[in-house]
Design a binder for this molecule. Structure first.
Ligand code: GCW
Length: 716
């Protein structure tokens, strides 16, 4: 009886305690004791003592991570030995462990990409052992994180035979971070790189940043903004970058920098930056030699040239090929690469911006040096909520193209709106370009299988800053995570990645997973609907890009909204068909014909490719105007649905993170209505058609929305 009383008291006390507050700092590496105590105990018995072989710094990282992760999740002290003594978990390489060597995994591992790994239930002697093996220490680290994830997400680990090999060689984050610590399009505080205190002061965050990246297989970080400052190439700053490189090395992460094309003038005292000038060439070689002295595994340069005011080879009547090759030559002896961006367009030529990069680069196919990759944004304009894939993918079989995704939500509500971006990434990756017949997916261009690229890479513009939770919006973490998971393996589904992230970030309870995953999976389409439905694009407010601005005009046309939506009483949309700018002509068949046809083009791209009258009949039977209104209203309305989903998890989530997301969702709801009202009222001036019955009328008039100004928005 007494025992029951005590038990009862326990239950009362514990159920009355609020779930402890959390600030999100731990990201998805949130190691809480497993909820099922029986499982926890039996696992503690099994994995309380484990083996990690090897003495490298990476092996030490593996040990620390396991001590932390297993220690917390299994509520026990983990003892780790360097040599195998019948423990149930054995980690290492064929070189560091004779047991692993004897398992005959070498052949398999050798046939895979660098840093591939296997996790396998094996038998050594008469013992059942889970073996995590790779040819490299870093691969063993990746395998370790995978194993931790299996435990965190409560997967069955009794019959594992996992083989993982990364699909891209270079899986890179691009920080648009400035040396003064502001972040271009950054919404999570300031830059995490404290250049002023580097190299002498190292924040613990730098380690946790590296852990988080390694946990999803990210193996490169471009520390600085593509709108570059040449100073980063001076001795003083190279020392600072070297301190970060030293720190990241054990996690398998290489450091890259952005190279400002005019650096020879700005820091080299030369009068020109002409890529064919011998002194200029010499300057870059010296820069490279100097960097490699301090950072022997330096990754290379990312370059934005001849774009949005950045200097480039055009200043000297040279091509992008000549510019890129000059830098490539300087890096070549050291094994570095150049990631040369294709985001090149000019308002001085009367050509549709969507066509310009292709026109510039495709004729140069095959002229780049082997260590050059061309970095192409997912769509032909600029990270819009929805764009068709960039037609350069598939069009340059002799030049490795790499993807640039945006993780930071420049056009997607900054760190205020909840938008899970994996569905956007997947939409592009899974597009069939047909360049070599059916199945020629964009992902196969990137991973090199389509054109046998010797080098492969993928990059994502980071959303990380000094905010305690790293990404401003807690759900921004899911986009960092998802980018990394897809950079490793583009075949993963957006839903599976969301499921993993929710389990690791919040809980394994179905009552938590189901509503949150559902909300995440819909969030991108919802965001498109209340911003830019049916193929509309680039109608955001000028400069900060946060709110609506369909009325933006009166500046260089390719930076206005009216250039892109082209609304008039006759209709709306950008005519990119054969009778318009003919951007469809850059797509291979059958896409060219599909996109060219008003009947066949997917409606999500309708106004991207076509200019149509307001009464054009849509597949739903509605007029184009009514369909547009319908999308804007259902989009905005759906944010209330997201709020309901979120509210349903309140009992299972700590109050701090719950409230954080709850408040942001309410801001998102209001902003969605702001977008809806602004756009509907704006376009109504041209359609001259009523808002259909059943939709509440905007509470303000168009003038009100046009005059609404936001000041001091971060990230500019
Ligand atoms: O998306 C646009 C941004 C610029 C950015 C540019 C680019 C770094 O508005 O802020 O500059 O693209 O990708 O170069």
């Amino acid at each position: 009886m007494k025992r029951f009383k005590i038990l009862f008291l326990f239950i009362v006390i514990f159920s009355a305690l609020p779930v402890l507050a959390e600030d999100g700092y731990d990201l998805w590496l949130r190691y809480k004791p497993l909820e099922d105590v029986r499982i926890q105990r039996s696992m503690a018995k099994k994995f309380g003592s484990i083996t990690v072989t090897g003495e490298s710094e990476t092996a030490n990282v593996i040990k620390q991570e396991l001590e932390h992760a297993l220690g917390e999740m299994l509520s026990t002290n983990i003892s780790i030995s360097d040599t195998w003594n019948r423990q149930a978990l054995l980690i290492g390489t064929p070189e560091t462990s004779s047991e692993i060597n004897s398992l005959g995994l070498n052949e398999k591992l050798n046939s895979l990409a660098k840093d591939a790994y296997t996790i396998k239930n094996s038998r050594i002697g008469n013992r059942n052992v889970i073996v995590i093996a790779s040819n490299t220490d870093v691969g063993a680290l990746y395998g370790t994180f995978h194993f931790i994830r299996l435990i965190q997400t409560l997967q069955n680990i009794s019959d594992l035979d996992i083989v993982e090999s990364p699909k891209h060689m270079h899986r890179v984050l691009n920080h648009w971070d400035n040396l003064d610590r502001t972040v271009e399009r950054g919404y999570a505080g300031f830059s995490i790189w404290d250049w002023h205190k580097l190299p002498r002061y190292i924040y613990p965050q730098y380690h946790d940043y590296a852990r988080a990246n390694a946990s999803v297989g990210i193996n490169g970080t471009v520390l600085t903004n593509v709108n570059a400052n040449a100073l980063v190439l001076t001795d003083e700053y190279i020392d600072k970058a070297a301190a970060l490189a030293d720190l990241f090395r054990p996690y398998g992460i290489k450091v890259y920098l952005t190279a400002r094309f005019s650096a020879p003038i700005e820091i080299g005292g030369l009068e020109t930056a002409d890529p064919l000038n011998s002194e200029v060439k010499e300057f870059w070689k010296e820069i490279a030699n100097n960097i490699y002295k301090k950072i022997p595994d330096f990754g290379g340069f990312v370059v934005k040239a001849d774009s949005e005011g950045q200097p480039g080879p055009h200043n000297y009547n040279r091509t992008h090929g000549e510019g890129a090759n000059m830098l490539a030559e300087a890096l070549e002896p050291h094994g570095g690469i150049v990631m040369w961006r294709a985001f090149v367009y000019s308002h001085e030529v009367p050509v549709d911006r969507a066509l310009q990069a292709y026109n510039e680069f495709v004729p140069l196919d095959g002229t780049f040096k082997d260590n050059v990759l061309i970095q192409v944004k997912n769509g032909p304009i600029d990270f819009q909520p929805r764009e068709p894939y960039h037609p350069m993918f598939g069009a340059m079989p002799n030049t490795p193209l790499m993807m640039e995704f945006q993780i930071t939500q420049e056009y997607f509500g900054h760190a205020i709106h909840l938008t899970y971006l994996a569905p956007l990434y997947k939409e592009t990756l899974d597009t069939d370009t047909h360049v070599q017949g059916e199945g020629s997916y964009v992902s196969k261009v990137l991973d090199g299988t389509l054109h046998n690229y010797p080098t492969t890479a993928i990059s994502g513009v980071a959303n990380i800053g000094t905010d305690r939770n790293w990404t401003g919006h807690l759900f921004g973490q899911s986009n960092w995570f998802a980018y990394g998971r897809l950079a490793w393996d583009h075949t993963l589904s957006a839903e599976l990645i969301a499921d993993e992230w929710v389990r690791m970030t919040f809980s394994n309870k179905p009552a938590v997973i189901e509503p949150i995953v559902e909300m995440m999976m819909e969030s991108r389409e919802i965001g498109v609907n209340y911003r830019t439905p049916i193929g509309l694009h680039h109608i955001m407010a000028a400069s900060h890009h946060y709110g609506p601005g369909p009325w933006v005009s009166g500046r260089r046309p390719d930076w206005t909204s009216v250039y892109y939506h082209n609304a008039s009483e006759e209709g709306v949309g950008f005519d990119r068909s054969e009778s318009g700018s003919n951007s469809v002509g850059q797509y291979p068949e059958p896409l060219r014909s599909i996109y060219n046809s008003v009947e066949d083009v997917p409606e999500k791209f309708l106004l991207w490719f076509h200019h149509l009258p307001w009464n054009h009949e849509m597949k739903s039977g509605r007029t184009l105007w009514n369909e547009m209104v319908h999308k804007y209203y259902t989009g905005a309305e759906s944010v209330t649905w997201m709020q309901e989903k979120w509210n349903s998890v309140e009992p299972y989530i700590d109050a701090q993170r719950f409230k954080h997301v709850k408040q942001l969702l309410e801001m998102q709801r209001q902003d969605a209505i702001w977008w809806r009202n602004s756009c509907v009222l704006y376009f109504q001036q041209f359609s001259k058609m009523p808002i259909p019955d059943g939709f509440e009328k905007p509470e303000n008039d168009l003038e009100y929305y046009e005059n609404k100004q936001l000041r001091f928005v971060p990230g500019i």
